[in-house]
Design a protein around this ligand. Sequence first.
Ligand SMILES: [Fe+2]
Length: 200
Amino acid sequence: MRPSALEKVFEHAEAAFRSAPGIPPGSESLADRVWTALKVPSEQEHVIDPEPQALPVCSFLTDALQDSIALGGPISDLAMAFQDLALELCWERRRNAETGPGAFFHGHANAVLAGPNGLERRNDVVAGASLMAPGVRYPDHRHPPEEFYVVLSPGQWRQGDGSWYEPGPGGVVHHPPGMVHAMRSGDSPLLALWFLWTKD
Ligand SMILES: [Fe+2]
């Protein structure tokens, strides 16, 4: 059984994606696969149920959601649904974060909503959230699965050595397979949900 708070986040994430201004070309077919898969809750059991866990950066969550909530519409519904789910999530630092700058180590957290180690255990989609304190840069990284983000706050993204750009709350970011990418927060905290297709 999928918890209703998680169900609401997936429903509102799809609605927010579909109403986003300027959906990046190439992200629709990935998103269709993701939304179709997520309509069917996984029946996989956890060996050990994930326990909720907060990190110090979680104190920025309310701040990170305020712009989306103020916008109204689907992104606001998503922000409020996420606020209800956030306390159930296991927020963790990125693997090897201790080798990065101290501001990053203390200023970020990720939580997995769906995936092999997610709140919902499944193998086709990995879905999660990233939260960053103001003034933090997430390291360049890449991964074979294609990915899109639904953005809930101010903050900037870039691909490769390209220029930084700000999708804004309600915006969508898309990264083709293997593309190097990064994100950074400015004066406000950054919050985004990310979705990867990992089946093929
Ligand atoms: Fe990524």
